[in-house]
Design a protein around this ligand. Structure first.
Ligand code: NAD
Ligand code: DAU
Length: 349
């Protein structure tokens, strides 16, 4: 479908898996990874594909309207997979404006540049917006998020993602811009920045540091292995319908405290520590303000219409993930030096 494909946020966690999959699978595409390399962006994530002929890196900020417009004119991107975002809920609670800028204004800059370039002929073009299940707000003890669940975001992060989803849809209605949106549940896997639950706890277990469980730990998330998310993005990009939304999830709900205990057990085994030693590090700390109780995705639409399903169980995916962090401690040490130490102190002191 596409020859000049722009992937934004490709140096981040999910973006790097998407870039890798596309670069390896679609040798005829020109793949442009645009990323401003914030604290969460890391070109070390893409070492294995950086020399491929169909891969190009552009360091740019999606908040810079002129630069973005100029890049669209220069490279004639005919499709976009937009992942660049501020992505961490805790940071959004401390600095909401940064999320408004990148997640809303940045998305608008991309939409405007895409519209300006192709307004007279959207045939064969596609704007793919990668979003989150957090836009739906929180579930009670039962029920699942479907594509028709109404939006009810509770954090500055999810409010900014919800707003960007609305703009994408509005550009579809108003200007006939061809778009598709996916709303995915919690991802885990290799290269995730250790501010998120799983890599933060893996890093702390390695270093024998406390595991800060928010509140009573009875919050529930639906976890998906990042490579399976990238596979879903590939499928929706190529076979999804325009103006459609697809929910992506792992059919895999875990209460935080149960997940943390599973992680502790796997870590004890892999580190050759006495069973139960990592669990002793669990420390209940002050809750996250506005903490959503439960997310769970009904992924039947993408399953039935496009034939997607997760390829690994949670136990398998978690084991692969832990092994990766244990074998890549240099990566962990790089990203946890400097700014990370300040962030950690502020967040957990
Ligand atoms: P991440 O924080 O790991 O990576 C974000 C990337 O965007 C980084 O490389 C960063 O440098 C880049 N970026 C940030 N601001 C930018 C700007 N102004 N200009 C250019 N680049 C910028 O995020 P992630 O977890 O990989 O999430 C990627 C996308 O997927 C986000 O849109 C997020 O909302 C969505 N999502 C994430 C999850 C999850 O569990 N992590 C689940 C569902 C949806
Ligand atoms: O649901 C999709 C979303 O998943 C994505 O849109 C976000 O980008 C991504 O960050 C993630 O959001 P969460 O807030 O659910 O993820 P996080 O890893 O921050 O937290 C997972 C759960 O663990 C949540 O209930 C909060 C809790 N938690 C988190 C941290 C960092 C703790 O108990 N202690 C912690 O130190």
């Amino acid at each position: 479908m596409s020859k000049n494909l722009l992937i934004t946020g490709g140096a981040g966690f999910i973006g790097s898996h998407v870039v890798r999959l596309f670069v390896n699978k679609y040798s005829s595409y020109n793949i442009f990874n645009l990323d401003s390399l914030t604290y969460a962006g890391n070109l070390e994530n893409l070492k294995d594909v950086e020399d491929k002929e169909n891969y190009h890196f552009i360091k740019a900020d999606i908040n810079d309207e002129k630069v973005i417009d100029g890049l669209f004119q220069e490279y004639q991107f005919d499709s976009v997979i937009h992942l660049a975002a501020e992505s961490h809920v805790d940071r959004s609670i401390k600095d909401p404006l940064a999320f408004v800028k990148t997640n809303i204004i940045g998305t608008l800059n991309l939409l405007n540049a895409f519209k300006k370039l192709w307004n007279n002929n959207f045939e064969g073009k596609r704007f793919y917006h990668v979003s989150t299940d957090e836009v739906y707000g929180t579930l009670g003890k039962s029920g699942l998020f479907t594509e028709t669940t109404s939006y009810s975001p509770n954090s500055p992060y999810s409010a900014s993602k919800a707003s960007s989803d609305h703009f994408v849809r509005a550009y579809g209605e108003t200007y006939k811009l061809p778009y598709v949106i996916t709303n995915c549940s919690n991802n885990y896997g290799q290269n995730q920045f250790p501010e998120k639950l799983i890599p933060l706890f893996i890093n702390n277990i390695i270093n024998n540091k406390p595991l800060p469980v928010y509140g009573d730990g009875n919050y529930t998330r639906d976890w998906l292995y990042v490579v399976d998310h990238a596979r879903a993005i590939d499928l929706v990009f190529h076979e999804g319908e325009n103006e459609e939304t697809y929910n992506i999830g792992g059919f895999n709900e875990w209460k935080n405290i149960d997940l943390v205990k599973l992680l502790c057990r796997q870590m004890d085994e892999k580190l050759g520590r006495e069973r139960g030693s990592s669990e002793k590090l669990i420390t209940y700390v002050k809750d996250r303000p506005g903490h959503d109780l439960r997310y769970a995705i009904d992924a039947n639409k993408i399953n039935k219409e496009l034939g997607w399903e997760p390829s690994v169980t949670f136990e398998q995916g978690l084991s692969i993930t832990i092994d990766w962090y244990l074998n890549n401690q240099e990566w962990l040490n790089h990203v946890t030096s400097g700014e990370y130490q300040l962030y950690y102190k502020k967040q957990y002191q």
